[in-house]
Design a protein around this ligand. Structure first.
Ligand code: HEM
Length: 365
């Protein structure tokens, strides 16, 4: 390798550029507010981490876009998602630093910032869109803000990302391609159905013979058990599942759901360990974003009370709603609904077990 001129730390990291980018609005108005530097640096740090998250998620998208994703690449996908969740933990922890700023500290410079707001963070929106939050999942108020509060070029970038295939869609297609719905002569889902009935019968027995339940609680618990049966039946019935999709109760297709349930049930087999870890990482990504949104909403309540935000939203109330709604992978959380205890899980025929075990079989003596 030919050595160019020696690399100098500050030049390599372009520190003069980065460290001269903390220009306070309060200073410009001749009333420098001490805490505005913290406010700027925290936001800039977030944006740098957002950039890294997008870098990781874009590479995950590229890997998953292949018609067949080799197992070595699945491992890379999983480790990149794990890196994203490690960064997300830092993003959550940083809120503690932000919270050292009190309402009065913030009020010294807040009015100079209107109408700017974290709401306009393009990278945050790109992360949401890359994961799978599309315009149809957003509240009306959010869509209006995008039209009125984002610069035209940012809106165009966001719309282009929203039009691209998302990680949610790619994972769905990957699950749909998995061969777990049909196993030749072995009717796995029939066996699963029988196991579910056995489990529900046991649950009914436990509830009905519980001496501490009064009449009313007994009726409620038995009704809940019937609802549980309904959920299992819907999972296996294409028409009813389609109704769930149309009503927005689920986003993931039925066949992707079935593959995911199979992976969760038999995740200890070598061939399913990596798919399980990937689904679990997506759950983790979703959970950490939800935690960040919640911490941010609580921080906003602490600093602003019920005041509206600089971006013009209702502030805390608006943020509480996006915490609940803007989640790409809720269906993977709800997979727990369809799981049954290990001892009741149908035993797979040898030829299927051998396929799922294939990795270690090669080393058997
Ligand atoms: C004193 C600190 C902060 C306050 C008082 C605050 C306040 C708010 C408010 C009120 C909103 C709702 C939109 C609006 O009306 O402006 C909002 C949205 C947002 N803020 Fe903050 N924020 C603070 C710090 C941060 C930091 C450090 C970040 C990191 C990038 C951030 C990122 C965001 C994002 C991404 C949204 C949009 C969330 C969504 O639409 O679900 N905020 N913020």
């Amino acid at each position: 390798m030919k050595i160019q001129s020696p690399v100098y730390y500050g030049d390599y990291l372009q520190l003069p550029k980065i460290l001269s980018a903390q220009v306070t609005e309060s200073g410009k108005h001749g009333k420098p507010a001490h805490d505005e530097t913290l406010f700027i640096i925290i936001h800039q740090t977030y944006e740098l981490w957002f950039k890294q998250i997008l870098h990781e998620l874009d590479s995950v998208r590229v890997s998953l876009q292949q018609p067949f994703v080799p197992s070595t690449e699945l491992s890379v996908v999983q480790s990149r998602l794990e890196r994203v969740t490690a960064i997300q933990q830092i993003l959550i922890d940083q809120i503690t630093v932000m919270e050292t700023m009190t309402t009065l500290d913030f009020m010294e410079f807040r009015d100079y910032l209107v109408p700017a707001s974290g709401f306009q963070s393009l990278q945050f929106r790109l992360i949401e869109a890359t994961l799978g939050i599309k315009p149809e999942h957003r509240m009306e108020v959010e869509k209006q803000f995008f039209t009125s509060r984002l610069k035209a070029e940012d809106r165009a970038t966001l719309e282009a990302t929203e039009a691209r295939v998302s990680i949610f869609e790619l994972i769905q297609a990957w699950l749909e391609r998995m061969p777990f719905s049909h196993f030749g002569d072995f009717n796995f889902w029939g066996e699963y159905s029988r196991a579910v009935e056995k489990m529900l019968a046991q649950d009914r027995e436990i509830i009905s013979t519980n001496p501490i339940l009064d009449e009313r609680t007994l009726t409620i618990e038995l009704k809940n058990l019937d609802l549980s049966r309904e959920s299992f039946n819907t999972l296996l019935d294409a028409t009813r599942f389609a109704e769930w999709k149309t009503s927005g109760k689920v986003r993931l297709s039925q066949s992707a759901h079935l593959s995911a349930v199979f992976i969760y049930l038999y995740r200890d087999y070598p061939a399913l360990q990596m798919p399980f870890r990937i689904l679990n990482s997506l759950v983790e990504v979703d959970e950490k974003f939800t935690t960040w949104r919640y911490r941010h909403a609580i921080m906003v309540q602490r600093i602003l009370g019920t005041k509206i935000g600089t971006g013009g939203s209702s502030g805390h109330d608006y943020l509480k709603s996006t915490t609940e709604r803007n989640r790409a992978f809720v269906d993977f959380f709800n997979l727990a609904t369809f799981l049954i205890p290990k001892e009741m899980t149908p035993k797979l025929p040898k030829e299927i077990r051998d396929q799922l075990d294939i990795v270690y079989d090669n080393f058997r003596t």
